[in-house]
Design a protein around this ligand. Structure first.
Ligand code: ADP
Ligand code: MG
Length: 396
């Protein structure tokens, strides 16, 4: 930014940790952020330069907010599409609301991926009694029944082992529109995060391996240890999807590598992704920086990477029934260097309440090999687990 030039103001819809980390990256790039938040207590609200409190469904408030910023981005796909379109008429939204529209509904997402010829697990749609009966007769079980909208961290999903269990599973999910997917016997879960600039310049952070526990991401490893042919295919698929959406910003593509060497797309997220937190320390510029650069019309910059491992710190680690008190929100500095030469950085989001399964922070280890990074991250995580069991919970 030249002296005397007005800083670019990025408007953030959504006020969680993804928006918080975007705001901090924006600041490091000399940009300003304005967050549309539901509470001043939420992670993005206490780091943004400006805060507007409101309800994301309030079209008038959102339009006024859009008029006050240079571009809009978001940290969740659960946003009211029509309202976002109204806001986007006053400030460009990145990614475009059409991308949001596809990613926020699993039936539209599957239809879109199939139209591109992208491989996905076998799928049937369950939106009516007739379709439910038809699927019970024709689908090859086991499967996973997922609500078409509003799922996260495995919420809104049921594993259906046999045809006879489908009707009950659908009732359990409130008879909402659902997709029934083949249960994938996967070798690995991985993600590719694509960044794409307004010029069409495209980068990825390579393939990141993901390990889930109780349907919640536990650890991410960059780079993936999958064979290079599988990684190339995963990257090709992710870039094909991003280019065909004419993406500007970020798109995370969650995938399965099957035991027989195929790559299947699981889901799309047009925003920063939990598996990309590792890029905060493993890459020269993180996913959050790339989003800010793309949204402000700049080139995507460096892509240098070191081996890194991220582990999520969930509310389960905190003392029950107490409110966490933080000395610091963001990265605890300086990072800890251990004997192997790995460095470990811990980040807390500053959430006021710890609940089981709630993402409270994460740690990232980087080293000159993935093995050293993994060992350091696992060791540091064990110290948190130990604190949680021995001392009644982590105190940060
Ligand atoms: N078809 C499937 N076969 C096997 N496991 C699955 C399947 N779909 C989802 N899962 C598991 O559940 C996790 C969460 O599912 P996902 O569709 O990504 O929903 P969300 O992340 O929105 O909760 C996945 O990361 C994976 O571990
Ligand atoms: Mg997912």
């Amino acid at each position: 930014m030249k002296k005397g030039e007005k800083p670019f103001v990025l408007g953030l819809l959504g006020d969680g940790q993804l928006a918080q980390m975007t705001a901090l990256a924006a600041r490091s790039l000399g940009m300003k952020t304005h967050v549309f938040a539901s509470s001043r207590e939420n992670p993005a609200a206490f780091v943004a330069d400006e805060v507007t409190l409101g309800d994301l469904a309030d079209e008038k408030a959102l339009v006024a907010f859009a008029k006050s910023v240079d571009a809009l981005t978001y940290d969740t796909e659960n946003l009211p599409y029509e309202t976002i379109c109204q806001a986007a008429a006053h400030a460009p939204a990145y990614p475009d609301p059409n991308v949001l529209h596809i990613a926020q509904h699993r039936i539209r997402e599957r239809t879109f991926l199939s139209s591109l010829g992208v491989p996905i697990p076998n799928v049937a749609y369950v939106t009516s009694e007739e379709q439910c009966q038809h699927a019970a007769h024709s689908f090859t079980f086991p499967g996973v029944l997922k609500t078409a909208a509003f799922g996260y961290d495995g919420k809104g999903q049921r594993v259906v082992r046999e045809a006879g269990a489908l009707r009950t599973a659908w009732r359990d999910l409130g008879e909402q529109p659902c997709v029934l997917e083949a249960f994938v016997d996967f070798e690995r879960e991985m993600s590719v995060i694509v960044a794409r600039a307004q010029t069409g310049e495209m980068q990825t952070f390579g393939v990141i391996d993901n390990e889930h526990r109780n349907h919640i991401l536990h650890a991410s490893v960059s780079p993936s240890s999958l064979p290079s042919s599988v990684k190339q295919e995963a990257q090709r698929i992710a870039q094909t999807i991003a280019a065909s959406l004419d993406l500007v910003g970020l798109l995370a593509v969650e995938m399965f590598a099957t035991t027989d060497g195929r790559v299947l797309v699981n889901e799309l997220a047009p925003r920063p992704h939990n598996s990309g937190h590792v890029t905060q320390r493993a890459n020269a510029l993180s996913q959050f920086h790339k989003l800010c650069l793309a949204a402000s019309g700049q080139a995507l910059g460096e892509i240098d990477a070191r081996p890194g491992v991220m582990i999520n710190l969930l509310g389960d680690l905190f003392p029950k029934g107490t409110k966490p008190v933080y000395r610091h929100v963001g990265f605890l500095e300086p990072p800890l260097t251990v004997a192997s030469g790995a460095t470990i950085s811990t980040y807390f989001y500053g959430k006021k309440e710890a609940r089981n399964g709630r993402k409270m922070g994460h740690l990232i280890a980087v080293a000159d090999t993935v093995e050293k990074a993994y060992e350091a991250a696992a060791h540091a995580y064990q110290m948190y687990v130990h604190a949680a069991t021995a001392a009644g919970g982590v105190r940060v």
